[in-house]
Design a protein around this ligand. Structure first.
Ligand code: NDP
Length: 344
């Protein structure tokens, strides 16, 4: 076991995206249990620049067309999918069939059927699937989840989670985040943070959701939602109010319990998240400056593979959020009607 844990896993980034460029590649330089070993890109120029920067040999560079050849490459253990959301399922399944472990960015997929097909492909090919839920590796979120189990302030009575940014101004260009068919939607982009936080801060799985969509600037958000408001109903009657937006900045998680409250604000930044409790405890146990959170996530996921331990964010975790998202879309379409969330 010790020898196995000392081996570093080779990670290929699939999509040399903004997040891969700014956070994941730098984080891979900080990890102890994995390393940047391969690149998959549609841009020859970009791949060449990355090769020079990270000393990646030609044999470890792929295009989307020859991606399957990754199966023959022993330098690469993991394919980390960092593509627009509409491509997650296709590339996760192709990677699994090539015999590579799969890490996939959030949101896991466009819907729960796609998410399930990713899980099935990974199981069938005996590879691991983890979702890039970096906050589940953050001690602050872990503290809130522990309080949901241990209830030092009593049962949660009110819960709210907000996740949004003010990201789009002027005339929209060809940005996949503004194209619903490629995954443009606040629920996909930021809503997963609010939904995931509500699930972990309550310690329960929601049973139903009522959702409403708003568009304040239809000239920017064409044919898509700008802000979504969700009421998540939990089995004990708790209702979590979640708001998510790609037109307004918001970043707060608040839990009011029988004997006090706690709040993280912000809770989903890359670093500097912090909070406070009703009895004056300051919550600031951060992992350090960015990209330490991403490094922790990838080291945790690598150790889970190397040691045969469960992942903190397996495919099933992403699937649970996708089921909430499916129901939220159905509810918004039905004018905010209560929609039950499918259970597995
Ligand atoms: P970008 O828009 O910066 O990049 C997407 C990349 O995907 C492109 O650079 C391109 O890479 C590749 N690509 C392949 N096909 C297409 C296509 N049809 N349209 C557009 N791009 C294409 O994406 P982000 O980095 O912002 O997001 C990527 C993923 O990471 C998303 O799932 C997002 O939700 C997630 N993310 C997660 C964050 C987190 O905190 N966990 C933060 C930010 C994003 P190439 O040129 O190499 O082919």
């Amino acid at each position: 076991m010790v020898a196995a844990v000392q081996r570093k896993l080779g990670v290929a980034l699939v999509g040399l995206s903004g997040y891969a460029r700014g956070l994941l590649a730098p984080a891979l330089q900080l990890t102890q249990h994995c390393k940047l070993a391969g690149l998959v890109s549609g841009s020859r120029e970009k791949a060449a620049a990355w090769q020079r920067e990270y000393a990646i040999p030609d044999r470890n560079v792929y295009t989307y067309d020859d991606f399957e050849r990754i199966a023959e490459n022993d330098d690469i253990d993991v394919a980390y999918i960092v593509l627009p959301t509409s491509l997650h399922a296709e590339y996760a399944i192709r990677a699994a069939k090539a015999g590579k472990h799969v890490w996939c960015e959030k949101p896991m997929a466009m819907d729960s059927a796609e998410a399930q097909s990713m899980i099935d492909a990974c199981n069938a090919n005996k590879v691991r699937l983890s979702i890039g839920y970096r906050l589940l590796h953050d001690p602050l979120m872990q503290q809130v989840a522990a309080w949901a189990r241990e209830q030092p302030y009593g049962k949660p009575l009110r819960l709210s989670a907000e996740a949004g940014y003010d990201g789009f101004h002027g005339v929209p260009g060809d940005d996949w985040r503004l194209d619903p068919a490629r995954g443009g939607n606040p629920l996909y982009d930021m809503g997963v943070y609010a939904i995931n936080a509500a699930r972990h801060a309550s310690g329960m799985e929601p049973v139903a959701v009522s959702a409403r969509a708003e568009v304040a600037r239809p000239e920017v958000f064409r044919g898509m939602e700008e802000t979504m408001r969700l009421a998540l109903e939990f089995p004990d009657g708790l209702v979590a109010h979640c708001v998510t937006s790609v037109g307004e900045a918001m970043n707060r998680l608040r839990v009011e319990c029988e004997r006090g409250w706690y709040e993280l604000s912000p809770y989903q930044f890359y670093d500097s998240n912090r909070g406070i409790t009703s009895d004056g405890i300051v919550l600031d146990a951060t992992l350090g400056a960015k990209p330490r959170m991403q490094a922790q996530q990838m080291d945790d996921d690598a150790l889970a593979i190397l040691g045969g331990a469960p992942s903190l964010a397996p495919g099933e975790e992403g699937l649970r959020d996708m089921r909430v998202i499916d129901a939220a879309f159905a509810s918004a379409k039905a004018g905010g009607a209560r929609v039950e969330i499918t259970r597995g």
